[in-house]
Every structure is written in C-alpha cells, then in structure tokens.
Design a protein around this ligand. Structure first.
Ligand SMILES: O=C(O)CCC(=O)C(=O)O
Length: 316
C-alpha cells in the first residue's frame, strides 16, 4: 500500500466511508482507481449534494461559467515552479544572469515530462477542480505540460500575439502537422479545458496572457452552426479575428509562480510583447477529455463546461 501511495495523483471520489484514489505510474498514460473502504465517516469534507470535495466555491464555479475562467493561486508549490524553470533555462540557450543573451522575444519549448512538470499538473487541488468543472472520471491526468512559450523583454514583435482559441482535434484529412488545420467544435471534442500554468511571477509588464472575459459564450455561438465537424483554426481566424469578441472586457493572467488559470476551452486569449524585465515562464496545456461533453442529456445534469455552452446557446 505504501508503495502504491507514492504514485497517488489525486482523489477521484470521496464518499462518506469510501475513498477512491487515482494511482499513476510516473510519466506514463496509465492510471488506476483504487477504492478504499474505511470505518469512520468523512462527512465534513463533502459538499452536501455532490459528494465531491470543494476546492472551488460556488462563486468561483459561477465565475467560470459566466466569465470563462477561474484563477487558482497556489495550485502547485512555488518550489516546483523554481525547479521547472531551472530545467527550462538550460534549454533556452540563454544565460539567466545575462540579459544580453536574451535575444529573441519568445522561445517555445515543450513536452517536458520531468518530475516538476508532472507534479505541477497533478496536485490534489487541481484534480479536485477538474472534477468540479469537467466531472469526475471525465478527464485524463497529464504527464507533461505541453508547450511553454517563454517570453523575454524585447522591443521586437513576437509575431504570435493574435487573438485565438486553441484548437482541439485533428482534421479527418489534410496536413495534420499544420495546426491551422486543427479544429474545434461546439461540444469541444477532445478538449476539456485550456489551462495556464504560471512558472514565474507574472506582473502586468511581464507579458501576461490577455483574456477576453466571457468570449467563450460568443465562440460557442460561432461554432454551433458548424455542428460536429466544427471549424478549423484557419476558418476561425477568417472570422475577422474574433471581431464579435473585441468589445469584451479584458483581464490579464497575472499571478505568482504556482498560479493556474483554468479556462473554458472556447475562451479567446492572446499573448503580448514583454515590457518588463524578468522573463515569463508559462505552460498552456489542454486538459483532455475521457468522456465527450454532451449538450442534451436525458437526466438534465450538466458539468460547468457544458453549462456555459448551453447558456450561450440559450438552452440552459
Ligand atoms: O504566451 C501566451 O501568453 C499565450 C500563448 C498562446 O495563447 C498560444 O501560443 O496559443
């Protein structure tokens, strides 16, 4: 049991006298659910109706549904961010202590599965928040954190700061290596969340990601007519770069290292040039679905990602 618990990555379900734990071998896709029965009730950890532990308050869940994101400070420990940054610095080819070596506005690195990245992605706080927003058993734990666009102070345009939503599934045919061909549809096939993991302290001048508040509702309406097949990133870019969302208020994804923003997959966001002095380290992986989202269920119960889409389509 002790050895198994070394690989504990989250609590899947917490009931009065039964705990279900998700166990995963490090750096693999495989995980198992281990059910443990115990004698003493754990009722004080539960929300009254759902049996799910509450990392996110009702107000935060409402904010996620209506604004399209929720900010979780301290979602993973600062020490993990420090360790992760030290690994990334080595691969930038730059000297952390010598700004004259920071010659590019952005360097993209990715697919790091080392311990700090796998641990950051799998804290109990995040797993519980995933359960609350996406539903228990409806998402896959991550073993890496996807791409890190590392942004450096620079007078030059980084060339990648346009408004967009992240696509989620490959085209049936055509060039899958061209990400403009990747698609997104109204049920967000393949993607449960967009996530922003802050691996450095990010203040306003430090190129925080720009977010258009509530733009996920506009995007749901753009996607609805395209049905299951959805639209490609190229199609979406042709929608006058999300002109419908331009009037939305903006928020900047600032925060201390260890902060995570959990965002609706349709949230329109953009990078920006770095005007500060300390390089910005951020990962932006998807949370992938284990079960597809549904917009019409016979039991009428919907998870917050689905609720937001239904509100946008006025089906709620
Ligand atoms: O670097 C950022 O702030 C966001 C980058 C981004 O959204 C992207 O590359 O898709």
């Amino acid at each position: 049991m002790g050895d198994l618990l070394d690989h504990l990555i989250g609590v899947v379900n917490l009931q009065s006298q039964r705990i279900e734990l998700r166990i995963q071998l490090p750096y693999t896709q495989w995980s198992w659910v281990l059910a443990v029965e115990h004698e003493r009730p754990l009722g004080h950890h539960l929300t009254p109706d759902s049996g799910t532990p509450s990392v996110l308050s009702e107000a935060q869940i409402r904010q996620f549904i209506h604004d399209g994101f929720v900010k979780i400070p301290g979602a993973f420990p600062r020490e993990i961010a420090d360790h992760g940054r030290s690994i990334l610095w080595q691969d930038t080819g730059c000297d952390e202590t010598d700004p004259t070596t920071w010659t590019k506005p952005v360097i993209r690195l990715g697919m790091y599965g080392q311990e700090p990245f796998a641990r950051a992605a799998n804290t109990p706080v995040l797993h519980q928040a995933f359960d609350q927003l996406v539903g228990p058993g409806r998402w896959w734990p991550r073993t890496d954190l996807g791409t890190f666009p590392i942004r450096f102070p620079s007078p030059h345009d980084p060339g990648d700061a346009g408004w967009h939503v992240d696509s989620s599934f490959p085209p049936d045919s055509g060039d899958t290596s061209d990400f403009l061909n990747w698609r997104v549809n109204v049920t967000s096939k393949g993607r449960a969340l967009l996530m922003l993991f802050l691996f450095s302290d990010v203040g306003e001048p430090d190129a925080p990601t720009r977010i258009r508040i509530a733009s996920h509702l506009d995007v749901a309406r753009i996607l609805a007519p395209a049905g299951e097949y959805g639209l490609s990133s190229r199609d979406l870019a042709a929608e006058q770069t999300f002109a419908e969302t331009a009037a939305r208020d903006q928020v900047l994804a600032t925060g201390d290292a260890g902060t995570v923003y959990l965002c609706h997959p349709f949230l329109v966001h953009a990078a920006q040039p770095h005007r500060g002095s300390r390089p910005r380290f951020l990962a932006q992986p998807p949370l992938t679905q284990a079960e597809p989202f549904l917009l019409n269920r016979t039991n009428g119960t919907y998870w917050p990602v689905e609720q937001a889409i239904r509100i946008a389509l006025q089906a709620a």
